[in-house]
Design a protein around this ligand. Sequence first.
Ligand code: ACO
Ligand code: ACO
Length: 157
Amino acid sequence: MHLTPDGVTTRKLTKQDALPYDLLLLADETIEIIDRYAKDGQTYVLEANSQIIAAYVLQVIDLQRIEIKNIAVDSNYQGQGIGKFMLRDATLKAKEQGYKTILIGTANGAIKQLYLYQKEGFEITSIKKNFFVNNYPAPIFENGILCKHMIMLEKQI
Ligand code: ACO
Ligand code: ACO
């Protein structure tokens, strides 16, 4: 186990562990969609006082590339640097496993996330047009903006 500066521990879930859906649902719309990547992905959780307070899920794309498919912090712990820590931790895990590129995607309306990811060195590389319109059952709004497109970002590691 790896201890973060603020006393939070990071642990990789095994296939037997239950997924922390309450958290993962903060970053994605339905359990069905989460299962598509989390069942075969690598899920890491952050714990404080034996409680899971944050999580991220990595999914391998190919031999060179891995993607952060879900990253979420419990609302009581947001804004304390945990999201930033997880982006760095995910990058480290990806590098240790030999991947050359780490990707992350977020909705066009997710201003705070776009700010955070770019500040952490991820660069916008493409836009999946109408991704949310085509893949999600109901309209999604963030910051009063209709989320239609997925903005893809990546970082060389
Ligand atoms: N508004 C604007 N900026 C903010 C806010 C806010 N409410 N809260 C934090 N920030 C800024 C911080 O100031 C910091 O910037 P700085 O380094 O310039 O000071 C930066 O954002 C990072 O802050 P953290 O504290 O590290 O972020 P946090 O721990 O809150 O994690 C996350 C960010 C993961 C987006 C979290 O807020 C969250 O779980 N949100 C809900 C789920 C979600 O949207 N997940 C991402 C979806 S995309 C995907 O999963 C691939
Ligand atoms: N941070 C975040 N949001 C803000 C800020 C701020 N500092 N100031 C205003 N806003 C929000 C407002 O709340 C409003 O949103 P809302 O309707 O949800 O309340 C929205 O932005 C628009 O506010 P306005 O008051 O209409 O914006 P403003 O008159 O300031 O004009 C502009 C915006 C043109 C970007 C102005 O700030 C500016 O001249 N900036 C410097 C030059 C610049 O960047 N121009 C654009 C470059 S791109 C181009 O020219 C094609």
